[in-house]
Design a protein around this ligand. Structure first.
Ligand code: HEC
Length: 150
């Protein structure tokens, strides 16, 4: 009789521990999925982006952003952060820019900084006649470009 009872208890323990393991596995999978999504998503520091909006005044003569933005002297910059380089089908890029796009492919934090520090150095014979963004304004302008890319 006591042997029968203990068998029942063991069976019960096994059953409940299986349930717990199954539960934990489900949660883990969900968390892992969320973590992956977060890593890909663009996270923006709003205050810094607002500062960048002011820096963007320097770009406005040639670049538009926001709803209804169109290409001007330069291509519109909605969604540019993380986008393919020189991929705006309605804009006529310089040969230099197209060549650079073949090498670097997408706009990242790093190459955007390099380009904006000195467009002419990063893209040989670029059509973008702009001498560059100052180091002190760089974080802000990058953040602003991110904010129009979400
Ligand atoms: C005098 C006009 C002018 C100004 C000012 C200017 N740009 Fe440009 N920009 C251009 C042109 C033209 C191109 C295309 C370059 C090429 O084809 O060589 C370009 C290209 C770019 C690209 C690459 C776009 C793509 O589709 O890959 C980015 C990013 C960019 N500019 C950001 C900026 C930012 C940020 C500023 C201000 C800090 C700025 N530009 C100021 C004219 C300008």
């Amino acid at each position: 009789m006591s042997k029968f009872l203990s068998t029942l208890i063991v069976a019960g323990l096994l059953a409940s521990s299986t349930a717990v393991v199954a539960g934990t596995e489900t949660t883990d999978t969900t968390e892992a999925t969320e973590a992956t999504t977060e890593a890909v998503a663009i996270v923006v520091d709003e205050a810094l982006a607002l500062k960048g909006k002011k820096v963007f005044k320097k770009c406005k003569a040639c670049h538009k952003v926001g709803e209804g933005a169109k290409n001007g002297v330069g291509p519109l910059l909605n969604g540019i952060y993380g986008a393919e380089m020189a991929a705006n089908a309605d804009f006529k890029y310089s040969k230099g820019m197209k060549a650079r796009a073949e090498e670097s492919a997408t706009w990242t934090d790093e190459n955007m900084r390099e380009f904006l520090t000195s467009p002419k150095k990063y893209v040989t014979k670029t059509k973008m006649s702009f001498k560059g963004v100052k180091e002190k304004d760089m974080d802000a302008i990058i953040e602003f470009l991110k904010s129009v890319s979400m």
